[in-house]
Design a protein around this ligand. Sequence first.
Ligand code: AMP
Length: 579
Amino acid sequence: MDYQEIVKNTKALKIEPNFSNLKKINREWSWDNIETDLDIPEKKFNQAYICVDRHAEKTPNKLAMIWESADGNIENYSFLQFKNESNKFANAMINIGLKKSDRVFFFTDRIPELYFACFGVLKAGGIMAPLFSAFGPEPVAERFNRAEGSYIVTTPNLLNKIEAIRDQMPTLKEIIVISHRSEIKHIKNILHYHEIMKGQSEKFEISESKKEDWSVMHFTSGTTGLPKGAAHVHNALISHYATGKYVLDLHPEDIYWCTADPGWVTGTSYGMFAPWSNGVTSVIYEGGFSAKKWYGIIKRHKVSVWYTAPTAIRLLMKAGSTLPQSLNLESLRYIMSVGEPLNPEGVIWGEEAFNLAIHDNWWQTETGSIMVANYPSMNIRPGSMGKPFPGIKVAIIDDNFKEIIEPDIEGQLAIKPTWPSMFKAYWNDEERYQSRFKGEWYITGDRAKKDKDGYFWFIGRDDDVINTAGHLVGPFEVESTLIEHPAVAEAGVIGKPDPVAMEIVKAFVSLSHGYEPSDELRRQLIGHCRNRLGPGTAPREIEFIETLPKTRSGKIMRRLLKARELGLPEGDTSTLEDD
Ligand code: AMP
């Protein structure tokens, strides 16, 4: 198959897209116009106000959220209900002592109250910091402490994990537990969502909220050190709204479904802010992946715009195209994907299964919103991430941080600061924040190239960060957990290519004196990591080796471990420690 071939994409255009000419919109682009379009009253520059209250005033009865539980119960919430519930939570939080820019962590299932509470925190001036609910206790404590958090909101099934680490989080003031389904017994030292909400007013006046006030924090992994809290400000909403309108192509009548969990940035920027700032009805599904259930969601709720991820698409491909074809999912008009490279086969399979090519786009936690995309109005090239969003200068640069103008040359993917949703800090780590900016560029950490027509093609990470099922895992975090085990002397962790998850976490371990390699020990080590880190972050494979390759300064050479694993040339080994 010629992957460079342009796919004609007329089927995605069931309705007039929000723009039809990329060149024209690029020429005319101004972020100020977006702000004018949003028309936000002074002092109310608040993501929650823009997403919820504005629509509650204009279209109070319009559905904001269609929620389906894992066992199939459906609940609907209007923008007005959303406003009232989030106002009550804002009042409740102020009541229990929340101060401006306090960090409130969310470690919950995807239940309606999670969304009310997140918006309540934003209204009350706090910073919302959602975490993936499959994390083990250690990543939770680590992230909470990095951010010097004040509150954790959780659900009964996850409460044990929090209670286990309560003593390790000195800045923690309160744990708030939400039970969506039933009343739970009162537990000492734990606040209950429904109790603190009782008697709270449905009115809440957002006190002065400015564009540059902190709003959201997501944690992301780097090569060295533990995860960093990338912090964003309310102004990011300008990017969420604009990309929601022009990349997601949201129209008021759309029913939109983003499959990402709010523990990851896609689940907030595009699971919450982009659809709701555009006043669009969003489907939230509590359950996990299942081809049959997912198609059921699309069919039942008449989803028209669907944003998902390559790992899910590969799993759907495995389940075959007969099912989606037989279901006749005629409401769907536009599908997008993000988080990992979308194989050309995935794009083309979309045509077969849904009569719609799948549109890839690229961005990351730090950019806060989509930077490169295939737009509905543009011909797409399977395997390409597309073209930059209007107003964003994306470039391929060389190792001296100079832009490479000639086409098809590999280099670092870089973006010229600044744009509304650019991260404004790694919390409490100015040095690492500054290290991401070189010359006139923000360095993304990815390698890519650009073809002569301006399409960008992803090549790979420029560092050792692992992308497993669209979630970044820092090797250092896994190595640190492994060496806590008495059997482990040293550990080196890499991403091993995988046909479904793109990469899986693989660890190389050298054993402490007195321990022998065995399957039982391998199982024990995997179990130890799963308990501490959670199943998504723990290694799936462990290989015992005598010694790990290290530089003369003692750093583990993960690059070499990976080359050996893949049977590739070992490259420059001049810094390798002598045996
Ligand atoms: P995160 O910050 O967790 O959202 O992860 C961002 C990283 O995921 C990027 O820096 C890329 O390495 C990868 N990524 C995201 N979207 C794509 C895409 N469309 N194609 C290839 N890699 C992607």
